[in-house]
Every structure is written in C-alpha cells, then in structure tokens.
Design a protein around this ligand. Structure first.
Ligand SMILES: Nc1ncnc2c1ncn2[C@@H]1O[C@H](COP(=O)(O)OP(=O)(O)O)[C@@H](O)[C@H]1O
Ligand SMILES: [Mg+2]
Length: 676
C-alpha cells in the first residue's frame, strides 16, 4: 500500500468523453445531421416560404416554377410550403409522443423493478398486455374516437400506446442494477426510495433512457404517418403523413405529380432513419458491452514496487488498481491493493458492502466485465501473470489452477440437467472422460462437501439452497485447483448452514492443501477460521493481520468498529448496530484517510490532510492508520483516543487499552510487511 491518491485514473481525452465517442461514429453523425436539417426546416418554415400551407389560392397541379418550386397540389396548395410546415407537426409528434412514451416507460419500468412483488406483477401484466395487442390496430381503434381536434389527440394516443417495450427494457436494466451491491448498500443504509431511484439508479440508466426516447420517437413518427395515410386522425392538419393521405386520395401519381408522394414519403423514411441511428448510437455509447469497454486503459504499468512478496506465495497481487467507467467518472473500486496468499493458507477478506471486495475477486480472477477494467498492478498465480493470459490460456487455467465460487453461484446450476451431469461437465471440459473415473470422483467430491451421493441424480430444484451451494463448491473442487476464491459463498444461506459449510470448506482445505481467499462482510465468521484477515475499506486494504491477532488486537479503528457491529457466532446474539455513516464516494479522489468521517479516533489536521500510508503495527500486522505513524506526535494520538473514550461515555476498555498499548510500544519503523 502506498499513497492513497495515486494518480492512476485514466486521462480524459476528447475521444474518451461521451460526446467524443458520439462524434467518432459515422452513424451518429449522420443521424444527428439529418435531424438537425429537419429541425432547421421546421423552424425556418416562415422564412423559407411566403405561403401558408393550407391556403388553396393557386391552380391545381401546377408544375415546378420560381413561385412554386415544387408545384401545387390537387387542391391548389403550395407543396413546398406543405413540406416545410409539415416538418413542424411531424417533428412535434415525434418529440412529444416520444417524451410521453419515454416518461411512461421510465416510470413503469423503474417502479416495477424497485418495488417488486405485487406492484411488479401488476405492471408486468400491463406491459405484456400492451405488447401482445398489435400496435397499429390499437392506435386506430383509439384514434377513431378522436377524429378531428388537431394533432394533439394523435400525439396522446401514440404516447400512451408506445411505452410498453421501453418499460420492459428499462425494467430489466433496473432489476439488474437493483441486484448490484452498491444499490443494496444504499438500501441498507436507509436511503429513501426516491433518492435511490433518482440519484443511484437513474444516472446509471441515462444512456438507455435516451436511446429509448429515440426509439419511441421513431415509433411515433411512423405511427403518425400510417394513421394519417389511412385517414385516421385529423387530416386537415399538415403533416408529412396527411400529405401522403391527400396525395393518394387525389390521385397524385395518376396526374404525374410523383414528387407530391415521394417527398413526404422519403422525408418520413429519413427522419425515421435519423432517430434509429441516434437510438443505436446512444445505446452503443452507454452500453459498454457493445462499445467494447469504455475504460481507456493505460498500458499496464509494471508494478512500481519490486514484488515485496515472500518468495513462495501462491498468489501475489501487487499494487492492483481497478476502476469502473461510470457516467460521473471513474469509480476506483480497488486502490493499490497488495496482498499475497501462501500455499494452503485461508486468507479472509472482510469489509462493508461496497468497499471493493468483489471487484478485487473479479479482477484477480479475470472475471471483471466492462465497464470494469484493471488500471494497474499485477496478479501472479504460481509465478504466472494472470492479467496477461489470453482468453484461451485463461480457459485452460481456470478451474484447473484456480476456481471461483460466488454468492449467487447456486443459481448457476442448470435446472434441466441433473447434478451429476453438471459435475461431470466441469471435469470433462478438462479432459477427464473415463466414466468410472468421473463417477468415483463425483462421489469423492460429494463426500468431501457433505452431501449424500444419492443426490447426484437429482435435479437442482430438489436440493435446498445450502445443498446447491455445496454442489457448486464440489464443482469448484473437481479439478483440485491450487486456489479457490470464494466471494460471500454462504451469505444467502441461514447461519447454521453457513457454519456447517464453512467447517467443511476448512476441512477440505486442510486435507487437500489448497489455498482459499474467503470474502465476506461478516468479520466474526472470518476470524474463526482464517489464517490471516485483510480488512478492506473504500477499495483499500486498511489492515492485514493474522486472524487471532486481529481478533485480540484489532489495530485500525475501522476494524474495531466493524468487530463491534457484527454479532458473534457463538454466545448470545445481541443486536448490534452497523457503523454510522457511509463509505466515501469512490469516484472522487480521497485525500487523507478514507475512514476519517466515520472514525471515532480521528485526528483532524493529520488524518484528513496527509497522504496515508500503511504502517507496521506488530509482527505481521499492518494498518493504514495514522495512529501507527511514527511521525505523528504521541500527544496527538493520546488525545484522540481519550476523546473517543469520553464520547463513548462508557469506556470501551478493550479498544482504549489496545490503542494505548500500541502507543506505548510504537512500531519499529521497518518491520516486515509494511512496504512504502
Ligand atoms: N459496474 C459498476 N459500475 C460502477 N461502479 C461499480 C460497478 N460495480 C461496482 N461498482 C462500485 O464499486 C464499488 C465496489 O463494489 P464491490 O466490489 O461490489 O464491493 P463489495 O463486494 O465489497 O460489496 C462500489 O462502491 C460500487 O459502487
Ligand atoms: Mg461483493
């Protein structure tokens, strides 16, 4: 660990901004250009022609002339005037109906996703009803009741019928967001529904909503044209659609006035094209999967520090920086993390939700998807640079050298295959084909994780959540990898089952000598079974210590507060409160200690201004906390600790005593594990 504000965020260049990407795609330029042209036509209509579009003062079917550049209609109207004024109403229909439909899509989609349950069911039914009803006939029926009355009823009808598709797309996007840890964190921390929807979720969906708007506008323009063409709606209004209607009704083609048909027809097609292009373009920009990743990754810097890891570490993570490209800038979810895992070791990683644990696990196992990206640092497994592996190499190494179990892993079991087939699959993919061997191995694995082998021939739905999770763990063990990364593998299960599974994992580890990184937000679980524990906060490892040491003498105030905020696994389960406050935003640069705001032993003037480092606390224990900074005067530290005790009212003897011991036996400046 080094200085916190390491300037590793990618530089913002023009091409890197949303606008830059927008203008570098031919489709979006064409779309925007066409739309601008039509908007100008509409705005400048009174300047471009002296005539009113509806005045029938001229002869019928006049040809091209200086007065009438496009001739006149069968009713003696100037076609050019109709065209430019028609652009006005046509665009109005597109924009306003698009806005209405988008507003409804967003409202329904988000409400369904956010509230879930009954509300979701009801909205989903409504969406489905609107989706199965054929669109145009529905509009025709609705519009038939509102003949006449100008263009507004048509706009309303189109807007009110055109929202369902968008609502479904937005709902599923919002559902996916809802599942994300950072939303969960917001919910847990008690933010109100409106704030979560508007501040946490909507900005993440801005691109999709914009794309949705252009899609809806396209639908509106085409629907209006179709409606007008068949004479539904108010044909006394001049839109490109009603121009088509009159041209058709008055036999324009028979009279040889083909342009009376071609001009509005072509314009509708071009306007539709421009909306469609804008829809694609915005979608592409805001959907990083399509754009192929949005992070402008710097070529990977070789780790600044010569790997400070003990020679035979199985996994060494050095100076790892990971970020997500977000609309507000880069979210630096993992900051300069250096960690190693010894062969056979169980390393626990703990910290509140949202502090970067999963991101670390994903990045270290090459499972990070866009918009996430590794910004710097290295990950070596048994000497092999994992970050440099090609997808093909990665496929060979994964499961064999390391495997991964995630919180929702049990949901990865395919419901239509038996457990046996799925356990076999993992092994067959790596070359074990002999039936007898597969069978023997599957039985062994089930014994290992404590499931009766008779369940091999069951289907996933016949198993409880705990058993499914054991199956997934068995699959992860199938090829005897050297390392298993487990990200909250038991969080979804009840406490008793969690405990059993953990004990089994631990037993398996000892028998097979594999290493495990075990991630959880429940610190009390970890201290019982880990060899060492790393505490993460705001993307950093703030404390690293052997489990027993961490339990007896937590050094970092965050660790101490975290320890107090979880019920112990044994003994009376009293209700504990979480740590008040929230972790800082990871998109901003953090000056000083990220825990400052919430720390009960903070030292203003030190902790909030100085660049933070990791300091050695005791043998094999390090903490990123100024209480252990030899350069900070003892008097300052003592008064901070004392203030905290005073504030607490009741003296929490343990914490104070520990801090004082620590202050009394100030660390040697350069004990192992505390690199710069
Ligand atoms: N796809 C994403 N886009 C933007 N930010 C993200 C994304 N995924 C995670 N984050 C951010 O990264 C941080 C770390 O998240 P995560 O690794 O899931 O934490 P943990 O596993 O500790 O709960 C969170 O603050 C979250 O806001
Ligand atoms: Mg997580």
């Amino acid at each position: 660990m080094t200085v916190i504000s390491a300037p590793t965020a990618p530089r913002r260049t023009w091409k890197n901004t949303a606008l830059g990407r927008f203008f570098s795609s031919p489709r979006s330029v064409l779309g925007a250009g066409l739309l601008t042209l039509f908007v100008l036509l509409a705005l400048l209509a009174p300047v471009l022609t002296p005539y009113r579009p509806n005045s029938m003062e001229f002869d019928a079917f006049m040809g091209f002339s200086a007065q009438h550049p496009l001739g006149t209609t069968a009713l003696g109207q100037d076609i050019f005037a109709q065209f430019v004024y028609g652009a006005r109403l046509t665009l109005l229909v597109g924009f306003v109906a698009g806005l209405i439909a988008t507003f409804l899509s967003v409202t329904f989609g988000l409400a369904a996703a956010y509230f879930g349950g009954r509300i979701d069911e009801a909205i989903n039914t409504l969406i489905n009803v609107f989706l199965v009803l054929p669109g145009l006939p529905l509009i025709i029926v609705a519009a038939a009741f509102i003949r006449g009355g100008g263009v507004w009823p048509v706009i309303l009808v189109i807007g009110l019928t055109g929202w369902a598709f968008g609502a479904r797309v937005l709902r599923s996007q919002a559902l996916a967001l809802r599942e994300r840890d950072f939303i969960a964190a917001a919910v847990v921390s008690g933010e109100g529904a409106l704030r979560i929807i508007f501040v946490e979720m909507l900005p993440n969906m801005a691109g999709l909503i914009a794309a949705n708007f252009f899609g809806a506008a396209l639908y509106a323009v085409l629907s209006e044209a179709a409606l007008s063409f068949i004479g539904v709606g108010d044909v006394s209004q001049v839109t490109w659609g009603t121009m088509l209607y009159w041209a058709q009704a008055k036999g324009a083609l028979l009279q040889g006035a083909w342009w009376w048909v071609a001009l509005p027809g072509l314009s509708i097609a071009l306007l539709g094209t421009s909306f469609a292009f804008l829809n694609f373009a915005v979608d592409e920009i805001s959907n990083p999967r399509l754009a192929g990743g949005r992070l402008n990754l710097p070529s990977r810097v070789p780790a600044a520090v010569a790997a400070p890891v003990a020679g035979d570490a199985l996994l060494s993570i050095t100076g790892l920086d990971v970020g997500y490209a977000a609309p507000t800038g880069v979210v630096r979810a993992v900051r300069d993390v250096t960690l190693d895992v010894q062969p056979g070791e169980l390393l626990g990683v703990a910290g509140e939700s949202g502090c970067g644990k999963s991101t670390l696990a994903f990045a270290a196992t090459r499972l990070l998807d866009p918009p996430g990206g590794v910004l710097g640092g290295s990950v070596r497994l048994a000497g092999r640079d994992l970050l440099a592996l090609s997808p093909e190499e990665l496929r060979r190494v994964r499961w064999k050298e390391f495997s991964i179990v995630f919180q929702a892993s049990m949901n990865v079991l395919n419901p239509v295959l038996t457990i046996r087939e799925q356990v076999y699959d993992a092994m067959q993919a790596h070359g074990v084909t002999d039936r007898d061997r597969l069978n023997t191995r599957a039985r062994e694995l089930f014994d290992l994780v404590g499931i009766q082998t008779s369940y091999l021939d069951a289907y996933p739905h016949q198993l409880s959540g705990g058993m499914k999770q054991r199956v997934v763990i068995a699959i992860a063990l199938a090829l005897e990898p050297k390392l298993i990364v487990m990200d909250e593998p038991t969080t979804a299960l009840d406490v008793v089952v969690q405990r059993q599974i953990l004990q089994e994992i631990n037993a398996v580890r000892k028998r097979l000598g594999i290493s495990i990184i075990f991630i959880t937000h429940d610190l009390s679980l970890l201290v019982e079974m880990s060899d060492r524990v790393a505490i993460m906060y705001a993307g950093e490892v703030v404390e690293l210590a052997p489990a027993h040491r961490l339990y007896a003498h937590p050094a970092h105030p965050y660790t101490q507060q975290l320890m107090n905020s979880f019920p112990p696994m044994t003994g009376p389960r009293t209700r504990r409160s979480g740590i008040p406050g929230r972790p800082p935003s990871l998109s901003a640069e953090i000056i000083g200690c990220p825990f400052f705001e919430r720390c009960n032993t903070r030292m203003p003037g030190v902790c909030d201004v100085q660049p933070l480092q990791t300091f050695p606390v005791a043998e094999n224990q390090t903490a990123a906390c100024f209480l252990y900074d030899p350069a900070v005067p003892a008097a300052v530290k003592e008064s901070a600790v004392k203030d905290s005790a005073d504030r607490a009212g009741v003296v929490r003897a343990g914490a104070v005593r520990d801090s004082q011991t620590v202050l009394a036996t100030r660390p040697r400046p350069s004990s192992p594990g505390g690199e710069s």
